[in-house]
Write a protein that binds this ligand. Structure first.
Ligand code: 4AD
Length: 458
C-alpha cells in the first residue's frame, strides 16, 4: 500500500504544500459543526498526525472513521498548523481500512500498566509501549554495533542444551514424552526421550560462548535465556534476552572496562536516537531520568570489593530484612542500598565468596573468593553478572567436585582447559533490565512483548 510514514510528514518539511497519503489508527477524534480533527498514529513515531476535515467541503466522512482505534488511509495536502507550526493534513479522501467497535479496550486516555498487561496484543497501541518497543529496538541495534565495531563475532548458541551453565537447577526441561511409571528408572525414561538424555532450555549461552571464543577470540551472543525461577518479582521473567560477550586473553579488570564502555555506548546512542521517547519517560515514569543517564555517561562507575560492601552494609544505619554476614548472597535490599544510598551510581561489585558463585569462575589466590563481578545500578539492581573464567583444568575439576557436580555433559568445557587454555572472561547483560534502567519502567513485564512469569502465560 503506497503511503508515507507519519514520522516523515512530521519531522521534515519536504511534504509541505504537497499531497500525501498516510495510514494509521485513530487515537483521538474531535467533531464540531464545521470541522473535525483526527489524531492519527501509524507506530512510526510517538507523535500523532492531525488530520483536518472540512465538513463544508466535498469530502463525506463515514462515522466509522471517527471511532477510536479505527484504521484509516488518508490522502490530502500537508500544511503547517498556523498556531503551533506542526505539519498536518487537510484531508481530501479518507478510506476506512478497519472499523473499530465501541468495546475497543483503549477508550480511556490513560490506563494502568497492570490493566494493559492483561492485553499484550492491544497495549502496543499505546504511547507507553510505542516508546518502550522503539527504545528496545534502538538498544538492540546499538548492542550489535558496539560489538561489531570492536571486532567481536556474533554467535548463536544453542537454546536446547544438556548442561546447566549456572548449576542452579533452574532449567526448563525439554521433552517429547511424559514420565510414566512404566519406566524403571529416571535413566531409562531419559534414554527413551527425544535426545536420549535429560535436556533443558539454556539458562545462558556462556559455556558454548567460551567454546567459540577459544577459536574466534572475541564473541558475543544475543538471544533468549530461560529460567524456571520461582521469583515473582519486578525484575524476573522466565524468558529473557541475554547479551553475553566472551573474550579470550582477558582478565577481570579488562572485562569491567568493556562492560562500562558498553553501558555508556548504549545510553549515549539511546539518548541521541530517541529524544522524544526519553522526554516521554522523563515526564511519565522517572523524574530526573535524563540527568541520571547523562551522569552515567559522564562519570566513572564505582568498583567495590564484596568484602568492603559487607563492611558498609554492617555499618549501615538500616534494618535489613535479611541479615548480612561475609559469605551471604546479597539480596536486592542490600544491592540497592550500596548502589542507591552509598554511591548513587552504577557499581561493579567484585571478588565474591566462591561458595555463592558458579563453578566456572576464576579462583582468586586467597582461596576464598572468585574473580566475579556484578554490575548494580540504582533503581534496578543487578543488570550484569560476569567473571573471569577458571582456566586451570585441575582447579576447575576441584570446583566442580566441591559443588557436587558430575563431569558428564561438561567434557567439552573441560577440553577447553586441556588444549591451549587461556585467561578469558565474559559477562551477561539482562537486556530487559537494561531497558528498565534506560526508560524508568519499574516492572520487567512492561519492557517485553509477552512476559513469561511463574503461573502466567498469555
Ligand atoms: O548473573 P547471571 O545469572 O549470569 C549468567 O548467566 C552468566 N552465565 C553470564 C555470563 O557470564 N555470560 O545472569 C546475567 C544477567 C543478570 O545480571 C540479569 O541482568 C539477567 O541476566 N537475568 C535475568 N533477567 C530477567 N529475568 C531473569 N529471571 C534473569 N536472570 C538473570
Amino acid at each position: 500500500m503506497k503511503h508515507t510514514d507519519i514520522e516523515l510528514i512530521l519531522k521534515t518539511d519536504e511534504f509541505v504544500g504537497k499531497t500525501a497519503t498516510v495510514c494509521g489508527w485513530v487515537r483521538t477524534a474531535r467533531d464540531s459543526k464545521n470541522v473535525a480533527f483526527l489524531a492519527l498514529n501509524d507506530g512510526t513515531t510517538l507523535n500523532h498526525l492531525q488530520i483536518v476535515i472540512d465538513k463544508n467541503g466535498a469530502l463525506e466522512v463515514s462515522p466509522e472513521a471517527m471511532k477510536l482505534g479505527a484504521s484509516l488511509k488518508v490522502t490530502g495536502e500537508v500544511v503547517k498548523n498556523t498556531n503551533n507550526g506542526t505539519n498536518e493534513i487537510n484531508a481530501c479522501e479518507i478510506t476506512v481500512l478497519g472499523v473499530c467497535p465501541p468495546d475497543y479496550p483503549l477508550q480511556k486516555k490513560f490506563q494502568k500498566l497492570e490493566t494493559l498487561r492483561e492485553m499484550p496484543h492491544i497495549r502496543v497501541r499505546t504511547n507507553t509501549f510505542n516508546a518502550v518497543f522503539r527504545v528496545r529496538s534502538v538498544l538492540a541495534a546499538a548492542i550489535h554495533r558496539f560489538f561489531q565495531e570492536r571486532g567481536y563475532v556474533y554467535i548463536n548458541t544453542p537454546l536446547i542444551t544438556g548442561s546447566d551453565c549456572e548449576g542452579a537447577g533452574e532449567m526448563f526441561q525439554v521433552t517429547t514424552i511424559g514420565y510414566s511409571t512404566d519406566y524403571k528408572s529416571e535413566e531409562e525414561y531419559y534414554a527413551d526421550d527425544f535426545f536420549g538424555k535429560k535436556t533443558g532450555l539454556s539458562v545462558s549461552g556462556q559455556l558454548e560462548g567460551e567454546v567459540a571464543a577459544m577459536g574466534l577470540g572475541k564473541i558475543y551472543t544475543f538471544g533468549p535465556s530461560f529460567r524456571a525461577e520461582n521469583s515473582n518479582t519486578q525484575r524476573h521473567v522466565a524468558e529473557f534476552w541475554h547479551v553475553e560477550p566472551e573474550i579470550a586473553f582477558c582478565e577481570l579488570p579488562d572485562l569491567i572496562e568493556i562492560a562500562e564502555d558498553m553501558i555508556k555506548y548504549l545510553i549515549k546512542d539511546y539518548m541521541e536516537k530517541c529524544p522524544d521517547e526519553l522526554a516521554f519517560f522523563e515526564q511519565r515514569f522517572e523524574k530526573g531520568l535524563t540527568e541520571k543517564l547523562l551522569s552515567v555517561v559522564n562519570n566513572d562507575f564505582a568498583v567495590v570489593d564484596y568484602t568492603e560492601a559487607i563492611d558498609i552494609l554492617k555499618k549501615a544505619d538500616v534494618k535489613f530484612e535479611y541479615p548480612v554476614e561475609w559469605g551471604c548472597d546479597l539480596q536486592s535490599e542490600h544491592e540497592r542500598y550500596i548502589t542507591e544510598k552509598v554511591y548513587n551510581k552504577p557499581v561493579f561489585l567484585i571478588n565474591y565468596p566462591k561458595g555463592i558463585k558458579s563453578f566456572y569462575m576464576k579462583q582468586n589466590p586467597d582461596g576464598k573468593t572468585v574473580a566475579a563481578t556484578d554490575l548494580l545500578v540504582p533503581g534496578v539492581g543487578e543488570i550484569i553478572g560476569g567473571s573471569e573464567r577458571e582456566a586451570d583444568y585441575d582447579k576447575l575439576i576441584a570446583a566442580m567436585e566441591e559443588k557436587g557436580m558430575s563431569k558428564e555433559g561438561y567434557e567439552f568445557y573441560l577440553d577447553l582447559r586441556k588444549y591451549g587454555s587461556v585467561p578469558h572472561a565474559g559477562f551477561g547483560l539482562g537486556f530487559e533490565r537494561m531497558i528498565m534502567y534506560c526508560t524508568g519502567m519499574a516492572n520487567i513485564r512492561d519492557v517485553i512483548l509477552y512476559p513469561r512469569t511463574v503461573g502466567n502465560i498469555r
